[in-house]
Every structure is written in C-alpha cells, then in structure tokens.
Design a protein around this ligand. Structure first.
Ligand code: PMV
Length: 342
C-alpha cells in the first residue's frame, strides 16, 4: 500500500535582536539556556523555507539561497529534520529550500530566522500541528535564538527551572504595535569578520573559562525584569540604559573568555562611542546600542531622533549601510500545497 504524498509547506520567519542575550547552555541535550532572554522580532527581513518530505528521496536535499548546502550548514538542517522525523514518527527524507531576503553572511541573525522557518515548515510538512509554544520548544534545537523568532514583537524566552525543560519556551510579551515610536537603526559595518566559531560553541567556552560569567548570571534576571517593565511603560529613558548595560555585560563575558572572543571592528566600536556621546550631548538617553556575536550594531531610538542620529552614525568611517527596522510579526505559514493521495 502506498502512503499518501506529503504536502509541501512554506513558512516564513524574521530575525530577532536580543536586548537580553542568551549566552550559555545549562543542558546541551535539551538545549536549555542558563538565563532567560528578551528580544525584538524585526520587520522587513525574512527567511522563507519550503519543506516537502518525499519517500522517493534517498537523502535530504537542502538548498540555501538557491545553492545546495554542504558541510556544517547542511548537517545542522539534517540533524534538525531527524528530530522532526522522530517527533512525527516518519522516515522520509526531505527537500528543503530556504532563502533570505537579506544577505545571509551579513551577520544579521539568519540562524534565528532560518531555524524558526525550518521548524514551522518541517513540522507542518511532517503532519505535526504544533502550537506556537511547542514550535518554539522545537526551534531552539536548531539555534537557541530561533525559538524567539516564532513570535512577533517583544519576545521573552523563559529559561525555566525544570530539568525536563517543559517550562522552557518563548512567548510574545508585547505585540509588534505596542510601541510605534521605537525604531531600530541597523548599522552594517564594512569587513565584518565571518564567524569562526559557532555561537553555540563560543558561549560554552564563556561558561567554562570566564570568571565574569557567574557575575553576569546574577545580574541578568533583575535587568530583564526592569527591561520588561520599561517596555511595558514605553519608557525609553529607562529602557535605553538597560539595553546598553546588558550589551556591555555580554561583551565583557566575551572578552573574558579564553581564548578571548572579539566580534567588533573599529567601526562597531566607534558607533558605540558615538551613541554614548549623543546621549551625553542630549543630557538624557535618546538611543541605545546593542550587538550580537557579530560586528553590526543595532541602535534603538525613537522616531523623532532618527534622522539626525542616522546622519551622524552613517558618517562613521567603516559604516557601509544603514537600515531602519521596527518590531515585526512572528512566523507564519505561507502556503500548503496539499498533494493528491496516490
Ligand atoms: O541562537 P544562537 O546559538 O545563534 O546564539 C545567539 C547568541 C546571541 O545572538 C549573541 C544572543 C541572542 O540571544 O540572540
């Protein structure tokens, strides 16, 4: 008896930028983080992924931006598909096509949007109908930060306390329209180094070798609580200092890792300095910088400061391009082509 052909499912998801960083895994088997994190899902930028399981395929076929994936990126996708197959009780190999509407190597968190889109498309294509919460539980196995890209707006990934990880999941705390004044000015810097070590490995080096890591772990929960309150009250004067404090703490954790982790270029550092100066000149926090494990910098500000700030920061030597983004929607299914039963 032949099995019915499985549907082809397309799902899209956006990158997110962390205001409170995920940096450290407490349980690698269950992909559980040490601390809760908080992010903003971005509009305009998207990963779109189509998955179809097919009994006729001898192995998984993976294409990223139109090019067959090889090595580490392919292995990451295949491992993730194995997890979906195990969950769904299936053995068919899959055809996966994924594309970003932004440069993949640009360091704009394509692993978060990519694995959130893969989780959405692969789970549905395998016949699983997961809630968004369960989708976030699945997505973190591809890339931790991917669990936050399932949701739109302001998203908290709760680390949870249970050893079985049931209380570890992401959820939207405020929707994309919560704070229309808030904008994220993304500054893409020239010659951003290509990541040598995957974040998942780099953060474990921090856990093992940084004397500052335990200090950071004590600070983060309070900072996250205060940030959540500042976002709830739309208080930029409270939020912006916390965003920079957290970014500085993340950078200190990286710099005290042995061997040290340095993701910034001189242009990135000049951006941080200019934001500090702009706040000093204004006499209050009008902007906040943050960066992930890469050289590009996100500068949060309010709409009324954007034009001026953008022209000041765009002038910095080594800033290649600026991009204005806002909080955007979560992941969504685009199309499910139901195949006829054979
Ligand atoms: O999700 P990963 O394994 O790519 O790690 C993400 C690490 C940071 O981007 C630096 C922080 C975060 O919370 O997104």
């Amino acid at each position: 008896m032949s099995r019915p052909l499985l549907p082809s499912v397309t799902y899209e998801a956006a990158p997110n930028i962390a205001l409170v960083k995920y940096w450290g895994v407490r349980d690698p088997t269950l992909a559980l983080p040490y601390n809760s994190s908080l992010s903003v899902t971005l509009d305009r930028l998207r990963s779109r992924t189509t998955v179809r399981f097919d009994a006729a395929l001898g192995e998984d076929r993976v294409s990223l931006n139109g090019v067959p994936a090889t090595g580490g990126p392919r292995e990451g996708v295949v491992r993730f598909l194995d997890r979906v197959r195990a969950l769904a009780g299936r053995s068919e190999r899959a055809d996966v096509r994924s594309a970003n509407n932004f440069p993949t190597a640009s360091g704009l968190a394509s692993s978060a949007s990519g694995f959130a889109a893969l989780a959405g498309a692969a789970s549905l294509a395998a016949g699983l109908a997961l809630s968004d919460r369960d989708l976030s539980r699945l997505a973190r196995f591809g890339s931790g930060s991917a669990c936050r890209s399932v949701f739109g707006g302001f998203v908290e990934w709760r680390a949870g306390r249970r050893p079985d990880g049931r209380d570890c999941f992401a959820r939207s705390i405020y929707g994309p329209d919560h704070w229309p004044e808030l904008v994220d000015l993304v500054l893409l810097v020239r010659d951003a180094p290509v990541k040598q070590v995957r974040s998942a490995e780099a953060m474990q080096a921090t856990v093992r070798t940084s004397a500052y890591f335990p200090v950071r772990q004590r600070e983060v929960p309070g900072r996250l609580r205060r940030m959540r309150a500042a976002i709830g009250a739309r208080r930029a004067d409270r939020l912006f200092p916390l965003v920079m404090e957290e970014c500085d703490s993340f950078r200190q954790a990286c710099e005290t890792t042995r061997p040290t982790l340095d993701y910034l270029t001189s242009a990135s550092r000049a951006i941080l300095a200019e934001v500090r100066d702009a706040n000093q000149r204004a006499g209050r926090p009008i902007a906040a910088y943050t960066h992930d494990a890469g050289a590009h910098v996100h500068v949060f500000t309010l709409r009324r400061h954007l034009v001026r700030l953008r022209s000041q920061l765009a002038e910095i030597d080594g800033v290649e391009r600026t991009l204005v983004v806002r909080p955007g929607p979560g992941g969504r299914t685009l199309a499910t082509a139901q195949k006829a039963q054979t």
